[in-house]
Design a protein. Structure first.
Length: 161
């Protein structure tokens, strides 16, 4: 079960609210050339940034980066307990719409999955830099979410053909 107190605390951080407000201001100008899907993509991307790239208290430090990167050397850690708790399922759900919308926009499924994996990796590095602690498992779950979104995009395009 998602702890609504934690979700509310994250959603009401000043930095999170600032990123969300900026996303709302930029969604139409940045996405309108691609239509509704473009606007939804910008909104989704901004929502992901707001949820993952902000912290309650900004504590920049390099000390969290090395432990985060070392996690990738342990396959049992990275792939063990896949989908074992609600946070992991939320990480899958976080990137699913991004993968779906990006594939609808650019029709490049492998590039979308790779780009989402790279974005997730960089967001986790950023989290380890700002004191939130990056997690290699989150990269895997975010990438799986993007891949599921790509798959749903493929299914949606089959219905229209």
């Amino acid at each position: 079960m998602v702890d609504t107190g934690v979700a509310w605390a994250v959603a009401t951080r000043p930095a999170t609210l600032a990123v969300l407000a900026l996303t709302l201001l930029l969604a139409w100008p940045l996405g309108r050339r691609r239509g509704k899907v473009g606007v939804l993509f910008v909104l989704t991307f901004g929502g992901i940034l707001a949820a993952t790239a902000t912290a309650r208290v900004f504590h920049p430090t390099l000390s969290g980066v090395s432990p985060y990167l070392r996690q990738f050397a342990d396959p049992i850690y990275v792939f063990g307990g896949f989908g074992g708790n609600i946070e992991r399922w939320c990480n899958i759900g976080l990137f699913l719409p991004l993968g779906l919308l990006a594939t609808l926009l650019w029709r490049r499924p492998l590039l979308v999955i790779g780009s989402c994996a790279g974005l997730s990796f960089l967001l986790e590095v950023w989290q380890s830099l700002i004191g939130r602690g990056g997690d290699a498992i989150d990269v895997v779950h975010n990438t799986v979410g993007a891949a599921l979104g790509v798959g749903l995009s493929y299914l949606a395009s089959q219905d229209t053909v």
